[in-house]
Design a protein around this ligand. Sequence first.
Ligand code: ZN
Ligand code: ZN
Length: 892
Amino acid sequence: MAAEKMGFGKIERKWQEKWEKAGIFRVREDRKKKKYYVLEMFPYPSAAGLHMGHIRNYAMGDCVARYKRMKGFNVLYPMGYDAFGLPAENAAIKSRTHPKRYTEKAIAGIKKNQKALGLSYDWKREVATCYPEYYKWNQWFFLQMLKKGLAYKKKAPVNWCPGCETVLANEQVKDGECWRCNSEVEEKMIEQWFFKITDYADELLDGLGKLPGWPEKIKVMQENWIGKSHGVDIHFTLEGDGRILPTFTTRCDTLFSVTFLAIAPEHPMIPELVKGTGNEENVSAFIRKAKKESIVDRTNEEKEKEGVFTGRYAINPVNKEKVPIYVANFALMYGSGIVMCDAHDKRDFRFARKYGIPLKFVISRDGKPTDPKDYDDAFTDDGILFGSGEFNGMKNMEALPKMAEWLEKNKMGKRVINYKLRDWGISRQRYWGTPIPIVYCDKCGTVPVPEKDLPVELPTDIKFTGHGNPLASHKGFVSAKCPKCRGPARRETDTMDTFVDSSWYFLRYCNPKSKKMFDESAKYWMPVDQYIGGAEHAVMHLLYARFFTMALKDVGLLNFDEPFTRLFNQGIVYKDGHKMSKSFGNVVTQEEISKKYGIDTARLFLLFVASPESQLEWSDKGVQGAYRFVKRFYKFVNDNAGRLSFGMHRAKTTRDRILEAKLAITVEEVSRQIEDFQFNLAIGNIMEFMNFLGVYAKGEVNGNLFGESVKTLIQLMSPFAPHISEELWERIGMRGFVSTSKWPAAGKVDKNAIGMESMMSRLGQDIEHVLRLAKVKPKSIKLIAAPSWKYGFIRKLSARMGKSRNPGEIIKGLMSDESLKPHGKDVARLVPYLLKIPEVVLSQKDEMSLLNEMKGPLEAEFGCRVLVESGDTSGSGKAVNAMPGKPGIEVS
Ligand SMILES: [Zn+2]
Ligand SMILES: [Zn+2]
């Protein structure tokens, strides 16, 4: 049956309307209530709309938000749009729509889907970064950074298309060619604005240690991105003119084995280095080629390394040896851009072999000299130094700090700390972004726009020719008055990187109407308690947001260092082995799933089918499974609604006691599992509980207890399947919304009752097993509880053994017990059973009464009479084998 026939679509719309009308997800600051801020990374509005990856992300956030709300927290759960950026501008060029119109249409489409998902956002706090009331604060922040010396301008390379005469974003360069005209892209140096994130390198690094709620993987990625390393700048000198070539290394212990230097293709010194050597052409051809390769490829260990000789040599300061200088693709502009190369590095070794450069070792296992000609690859182990002057005979790792000190003392080098982190270039030569609030005056130079004149608004009457930044040809925008001398001035036409927008949006949600960037409300709501998003944002966004927070703290606007206390990265959604995308033709749309199964099914499926951090393989069968569960849940509550009552409940029967215990355990586990992002396990527990309730409902029910159980079931389901849960909440006569009801408290767990439950499920299996062996249709089944001495024995034994299940210890314990002498023979027979003593052993009396209560349901299940006897009085031969928790079974 399709979801529409079940009426699920109608139910969804009904509750979404009711929620909105009652405004139950709107929040206000309330200092008496504990706050909880849960946030998903906001989406980038594109015409493609939402995909299943987004929906999985939102299903998680909404589940946590709903759960925390029911737990009594004041939950801030907002949504907004990362609305500036290149795709809107590209669409404008291609299809002649305005980026603003494109973006607003895309936002409307996404929002419609988000609303149809029933996400419990406080929509009054919606934010979109492309409006002046938002981006004004990007500009304001920029001015604060400028005042602090944390924003500055310098020349930096851009991708330049000579065909289009325009700067290209990295995304617009395909294999070194322009995405529009296929001209070969060139590098051009132009003046650009930077944020000095490198001032915060140590703080960003140290802060990672204070983030126990972040995935280890992300912290490692940030650490590597910052790339702090201690090393030495070795003062190699250029042969011929004696100039120093600082060469950064973290391994100065191998300095005596250096046989060549590698210089980065981007190094500004190269042209004058090769001038007059006759290698000019070779070198510049090589550089052109190297620049087209990605950094990832250039540093990939698996890829073959390439280089070209410059024709120049350097002198190694420690042994005055003359070593050739190569331009090599593996050398990056990190540190000094020149690296020393030797036989103790695999990459260097292979490079040297390829180009016929000599090699020599200075480390061996025992300190005896070895020769690379006897080796196929580098020697990279630690060992003892030789051929290293006064350091011979020392362990290389112990020599390392001593050599660094020695080099510095003898002016052959300087100890330095290097970072891979570079300052953040925020200038973009494009239209659809935040204008940088700067004007250029011939008289006064670079002049910041005064705060009172913000925002510098982005004009909307713009022509997209595909040539250059359209802002630069907008006369009204470019011509400005100098704020200082009131004379004519020219406005900066670069706009800001869109990562600026997303670096602080979580602050804006605290009060999106604030007349400041953010206000006191941020002190109440921040930091974000739970942030959820893709691991692809490990370095850029998550590092920039941390930098903004630290910088804002330093100007006295915030009182904390880290914006996100807990971070969770959800796995990617796959189908047929590929990431869902249009190009693979494997996209499943929200509309399609919703129409067929209802949105609750989709949400439940996305959280149930895989653990949230792992990748999820979309399967139609899995969705159908989730749909069957939702339908069963709906039908079960509907069918039993008339049998429920609500009031104080007291367990009367053993079955009641078991149900009470199950209820308590389920609440406890589901709560913990939601807190721990184990949604799949939580749903599994809810399913199991519903199955158990189904069995319970087949017999006589205790109205109040059954009512409480069904009510709790609906509450546990509501963070996962909120619409149907609301409908059923109403159906069983509850007032208000399940969404705002108080999360059930976990009661005390009756361990005995759990013991009974596991005994009953084992008993069912045992009876089936006996019947299969007997191969006859039974007239009656006799259940014989073990004789009473065995209960006392087991209890005594478990007390003595503690938790040990070691057979040797158990038998030793048995043999030393005087009171067991009369049962000697039987005890021997017990040994195999003792290895699996149940956790909980009931008394014989409890066990007998449980068996008697279960007679009815068992008779119904097996279609024959069921008798219960005590092993003390039964004449059955099966009595001998009966054990506590494991009655003898006689079939006749
Ligand atoms: Zn072009
Ligand atoms: Zn001026």
